[in-house]
Each structure stands twice: as structure tokens, then as C-alpha cells.
Design a protein. Structure first.
Length: 350
């Protein structure tokens, strides 16, 4: 019987808040399944349209043989998201990160497909690969699941990729979206124009990963030869914390785009505030060394995580980072969702 209910890929195309899912660990650095499930429940109940798992915020070391957490973490998130979607009646897009050269990336995509994932976010950090090699890898992965391209900032392992690359990636039939996160206005505009000019441009959703200017990306119309383009949503480590206000922010952005002047003023005021908050969470002063621990610290304070432990014992908060987190939480009350978490935490930890 036909149904008008949107699919997870419809959610991705329309635009959504998609948090980059963290890894919940115990003090002895083993997977805390109870809190891992609680995080997924929190994100979807807070209004996220999906989750991205096995990405940087989940810690790439889950793939190491001695750690062996890639499958368990993907499986937990997929199962919990499916349960939440069934209970709420709202589809949730499940995105799996994939790394490495073609063979590894395809194998990870096949694992994700077997667990019910909807798309693959392809890491561009492939040493020695040229643009044609990256396109070939995307084609191979796209035979397994729809692909989300990823422009990553150089400070954390990214590299320059030409507009011709992004146009060619957009024209691959399996490309569903592109996460643009070079932390660079020039390169961001390069991708938008390249995708807008591609034959399949209208079919490829644009997602911001520029944590340094999330609101700026979401509010900006790009008028190109291929037509006007907007960022559909965000796939962000920043949105792994304070997710309910993030969903409210995206809704306000949409009101502003539709002509609501008061919503536009709110968004413009919150633009530098969110960038300031991200500088604390991602440890910009410390050169991003404490970025994962910063996410964990916010979640620890709310009770969602028990501690800030990472797989690498050296990944900890930078000096002064905890004070910065306290400062931005106090300075911008709209940003936090402590009361929402407190109300639902016991249920998420069930």
C-alpha cells in the first residue's frame, strides 16, 4: 500500500541536525553499552534527524584490531536508532563513517549496509591518493550505499580538493550529500559553486561541518550559475552536545529564510555566540587537542557520560578548557539543554 511517510534519505535531502556520535567508555576504557544507547536516544529525542557513527567524534581507533569496537558501536547505534524511530514514527537517517583506501572503505560500507545504515560518510584522509583515486573509491563505495562526500580542514588531516573534484563527485549517481568542513570561506564557496553547476547538483544536499561558522553557513544563500543553493543542515561534532537547542536553531534558521525578521535577528545574534561556544568545546586555543574530551565533558556534566575517557589516555581536556566550557554555558543560556536532559535521563539509561 503506498505511503507518503518520508524515508531516511528524504530526511537527509530535506536537511537535518545530525550529531557526530561520541563513544561512551567506562573508566577502564571498555564500551559502556548502556550509556552508548542513551546517547543515541538523547539525540533523536532532542530533535536530531539522524546520527553519524564511526566518525572522528566516535574515535577512529575503534577500528584497531586490539580495540575491536567498529562493529559493536555501529550495531548498537543502528539498533537503538531503529527502536527510537519505530516508537516516534519519525525516520532517522543512519550514517556510518568509512576510512582508508578502497578495499577498507568498501568493507566498512558493506558492514554498515548489513546493519541497516542508510549512507556512508567518506573520510578524505587517504595518504597519497590523488583526486581521481578518491573519485574511484567513492564510486566503489557507492555501489554499496549512498555516499556523503567530506571536505575536511587541513588542521585535522584534510587537504585541498579542486572544484572539478567536487563537481565530478556530485555527478556520481550514488552521491547523496556533501559535508563541507574546510573551515575556509573560499573553499566552502568553491564546493557550493561546483555542486550547483554539476548536472546532478539539485540532487545533492549540502551540509555544513564548518563548526567555526555554523549559523553563517545555514543563513547564507549562494546565487550561482546553477541557481540558488542553501545548506540543508549540519553534520557536526558541535551538535553532539546541546542537541535540543541545535534543533531549535535550525528551525529558527528556516523561519528566517522564509522572511521572519525577528528570527533572522535571533540567528544573527547567536552566530558569534555559537562560534565562541565551539571554541571551548573543540579546544581551539589548544589546537583542537581536547576536542573529543570537550564533547565528553559537556555530556559528563549532564550525566549522559560517566567520565571523559577516550581510547587514547592522552586525549584529555586542555588546561583551562573546563573553565571555558563553564563560561560559554553561563554566557549563553539558550545554548544548553540541561533541564531537558535531566527530565529524560533515567528513561534513556533504562
Amino acid at each position: 500500500m503506498p505511503t507518503d511517510r518520508p524515508t531516511p534519505l528524504d530526511v537527509l535531502a530535506d536537511g537535518a541536525v545530525i550529531p557526530a556520535h561520541p563513544l561512551a567508555l567506562t573508566a577502564d576504557r571498555r564500551l559502556d553499552e548502556r550509556r552508548q544507547r542513551a546517547l543515541t536516544r538523547y539525540y533523536l529525542d532532542a530533535g536530531a534527524g539522524g546520527i553519524a557513527v564511526a566518525v572522528h567524534t566516535t574515535q577512529f581507533a575503534i577500528r584497531e584490531p586490539q580495540v575491536g569496537l567498529l562493529r559493536p558501536v555501529l550495531e548498537l547505534a543502528a539498533e537503538t536508532a531503529a527502536e527510537s524511530a519505530a516508537a516516534s514514527g519519525r525516520p532517522a537517517v543512519r550514517i556510518a563513517g568509512a576510512c582508508g583506501y578502497t578495499a577498507q572503505a568498501v568493507a566498512e560500507a558493506e558492514l554498515a549496509a548489513s546493519l541497516g545504515y542508510d549512507a556512508v560518510l567518506l573520510s578524505p584522509a587517504v595518504p597519497g591518493a590523488n583526486e581521481e583515486g578518491l573519485l574511484e573509491r567513492a564510486r566503489a563505495v557507492g555501489e554499496v550505499l549512498p555516499v556523503i562526500g567530506f571536505y575536511l580542514q587541513e588542521a585535522v588531516g584534510g587537504r585541498y580538493l579542486s572544484p572539478a573534484f567536487w563537481a565530478a563527485l556530485a555527478d556520481q549517481p550514488s552521491t547523496a550529500a556533501i559535508k563541507i568542513a574546510p573551515f575556509d570561506r573560499y573553499r566552502t564557496a568553491d564546493v557550493v559553486r561546483a555542486v550547483a553547476g554539476a548536472d546532478r547538483g539539485p540532487e545533492v544536499a549540502l551540509y555544513t561541518g564548518n563548526d567555526d561558522d555554523i549559523v553563517g553557513d545555514l543563513l547564507t544563500p549562494y546565487d550561482t550559475a546553477g541557481g540558488r543553493r542553501w545548506f540543508a543542515g549540519g553534520l557536526l561534532g558541535q551538535w553532539a552536545v546541546w542537541t535540543r537547542p541545535a534543533a531549535g536553531l535550525l528551525a529558527d534558521v528556516r523561519r528566517a529564510r522564509a522572511g521572519d525578521h525577528e528570527a533572522l535577528l535571533r540567528c544573527l545574534a547567536r552566530r558569534p555566540q555559537l562560534t565562541d561556544a565551539n571554541s571551548a568545546v573543540f579546544d581551539v586555543r589548544g589546537g583542537f587537542r581536547g576536542c573529543i574530551a570537550g564533547v565528553h565533558e559537556v555530556l559528563r556534566r549532564q550525566g549522559l557520560l560517566k567520565g571523559t575517557w577516550c581510547l587514547d589516555p592522552g586525549e584529555v581536556l586542555s588546561p583551562g578548557q573546563a573553565d571555558e566550557l563553564s563560561r560559554v554555558a553561563a554566557a549563553y543560556p539558550w545554548l544548553t539543554d540541561d533541564d531537558f536532559v535531566k527530565e529524560h535521563l533515567d528513561d534513556w539509561l533504562r
